[in-house]
Design a protein around this ligand. Structure first.
Ligand code: PLP
Length: 355
């Protein structure tokens, strides 16, 4: 072993869902939106002038911060933007979780939380979700260095009512509570209005799912001005120019089109409920979803088998080989046409097993 190896940071990286390189796949494995982003974004690309790219982007990302502040009815000092919510969350872990006490997040949740805790050497505990995958609120009532809750949760799709989350926030005036609302637009209630009431609440959002812009990498946080100020200080100690100019401009444009946004969400939610009913009819138990995906297990066919058979047909869903969830599939909601092919293929797989 080379001498320098003992000084290498020891990390277990996050493993994202596969991005298949081939064409003609039905991609239901990373919760991307099947519909294009707001039409105004396309117009910006059509009219783009590369001359402006000579210049560094605004390190304060003001156009986007201002637009998001206006959209949510908060001050510009209450908004922080980053390169996807992954960047915002990583910055928040680095900024707020410097206590000797462990931070808390559920045993089944977004699997990047463990990775950041490991990277930044933050002690953590993972209270187990109940059998129905809801949170046991009492688990979060003890002293801790901070709390992270994805609501609705991934990969379970389950939504925890706002008053339960508020109980957790209220119990910890001395610790920051991060609520990751990556999927909130698909039918859940947000804790965002509570940022005026609790100075320890940071709400994190993303453009990747509900706004069809995973490729641009835009996420943001809304919270008390002191929290946002602390986040900006850490960010400016690390990399001033995280937000590139095209993302700032297109991200600002994307939130102007509320009608398009609502229409896209409505389509996805309608398709979701239809697919849920169809899967239930085929012997799946499907959890109640407030997201753009379904979490489902079959009464007799293993999730791993269905996952592999679907993959042979170029249909990609997500399978997690992890305790408690290794018999579930996470299925992103695509277009109606994609979901028809998906359901048809599942039907065939089921039939081939039944014989
Ligand atoms: C997708 C996802 C993210 C990351 O989204 P990006 O903004 O694309 O980085 C964060 N949290 C949860 C729970 C997610 O599902």
């Amino acid at each position: 072993m080379s001498d320098w190896m003992k000084n290498v940071r020891d990390v277990q990286p996050y493993v994202p869902g596969e991005q298949p390189k081939c064409e003609n796949v039905i991609k239901l494995n990373t919760n991307e939106n099947p519909y294009p982003p707001a039409p105004g974004v396309q117009e910006i690309i059509n009219q783009a002038n590369t001359d402006s790219l000579r210049l560094y982007p605004d390190p304060e990302a003001s156009v986007l911060v201002n637009a998001l502040a206006e959209y949510h009815g908060v001050s510009t000092e209450s908004v922080f933007v980053g390169v996807g919510s992954d960047d915002v969350l990583a910055m928040a872990f680095l900024t707020f979780f410097n206590s000797d006490k462990p931070i808390l997040f559920p045993d089944i949740t977004y699997s990047f939380y463990d990775v950041w805790a490991g990277l930044f050497k933050i002690p953590y505990e993972k209270p187990a979700l109940k059998g129905d995958f809801t949170i046991n609120i009492e688990d979060y009532m003890k002293p801790c260095g901070g709390i992270v809750i994805a609501n609705p949760n991934a990969p379970t799709s389950i939504y925890e009512p706002v008053n339960n989350i508020e109980r957790i926030i209220a119990a910890h005036p001395d610790a920051v509570v991060i609520v990751d609302e990556a999927y909130v637009d698909f039918g859940a209630e947000s804790v965002l209005p509570l940022v005026n009431k609790y100075d320890n609440l940071l709400v994190v959002r993303t453009y990747s799912k509900s706004r069809s812009l995973a490729g641009l990498r835009i996420g943001y946080a809304v919270g008390n001005e002191a929290l946002i100020n602390a986040l900006n200080s850490v960010k400016l100690s690390y990399n001033s120019y995280t937000m590139n100019m095209p993302s700032l401009i297109m991200g600002t444009e994307a939130i102007k089109d509320e009608a398009y946004f609502r229409d896209t969400l409505h389509k996805i939610v309608t398709t979701r409920e239809h697919v849920k009913a169809e899967l239930s009819g085929m012997g799946f138990s499907v959890l109640d979803s407030k997201t753009n995906f379904l979490f489902a297990k079959h009464e007799s066919i293993s999730a791993k088998y269905i996952f592999e058979e679907l993959r042979k047909e170029n249909i990609y869903v997500r399978y997690f080989n992890k305790p408690r969830i290794d018999n579930y599939l996470r299925i992103t909601i695509g277009t109606d046409d994609e979901m028809a092919v998906f359901l048809d293929t599942v039907k065939k797989i089921k039939k081939s097993v039944d014989i």
